[in-house]
Write a protein that binds this ligand. Structure first.
Ligand code: OGA
Ligand code: MN
Length: 195
């Protein structure tokens, strides 16, 4: 894992974002994807809100989310949290980031769903340090849309396809980003590392 963590950190420092593929094995991705879909089938997802009041503004975003308990006892969620904690501890040791916990949710973007350009930190609450998204979409092709659009510090805009096993990380308060409409359902786990 250290090589992946190192490559994420280098990316964040040098380009404003880190990206690794195969953050976790394909078999794990398939299992947690199936679990997500089962939760969705049981109507556990809710239309996502904006800001700490989570008021709904479906013109800004219209994805559906399900929060994951911290210290989840569900085996797949626990395994994901463990991998994430590994990265957080690595960041703390190598960059003195002082991260203490994480909050995370599943996200389901139905066909046509999007999230307009935004930054992830709340106005009244600066605990969110890093945002990380883990994608669960097998065989995602260029025509499927649904890219993560990043506005990099150098002014460049780049698009990242939400491919299964891909993990993207950036500083929560710095980097404006958006989710472009997808042509097929788009599944992910979004997480924020808190100070
Ligand atoms: C978010 C977000 C990006 C993505 O949930 O805040 O920006 O690619 N997600 O899912
Ligand atoms: Mn975001």
């Amino acid at each position: 894992m250290d090589e992946k963590y190192e490559s994420l950190i280098t990316g964040i420092i040098e380009e404003g974002y880190g990206l690794v593929d195969d953050f976790l094995p394909a078999s794990f991705v398939a299992q947690i994807r199936t679990y997500l879909l089962a939760q969705k089938a049981q109507s556990k997802f809710k239309t996502a809100g904006i800001g700490q009041q989570a008021s709904q503004h479906t013109t800004i975003r219209n994805d559906q989310i399900l929060w994951i308990e911290s210290d989840s006892e569900q085996a797949l969620e626990a395994q994901y949290q463990q991998a994430l904690m590994g990265f957080m501890h690595y960041l703390n040791r190598s960059c003195y980031t002082g991260l203490s916990s994480a909050e995370m949710h599943y996200a389901f973007y139905d066909v046509g769903s999007f999230y307009k350009m935004h930054v992830d930190r709340f106005k009244q609450d600066s605990r969110r340090q890093f945002s990380a998204i883990f994608y669960l979409n097998e065989n995602w092709s260029d025509t499927d849309g649904g890219e993560l659009l990043l506005q990099l510090p150098n002014g460049q805009e780049i698009k990242i396809a939400p491919k299964a096993g891909r993990f993207v990380c950036f500083r929560s308060h710095e980097l404006p980003h958006a989710v472009l409409p997808a042509n097929r359902p788009r599944l992910s786990i979004t997480c924020w590392m808190l100070k």
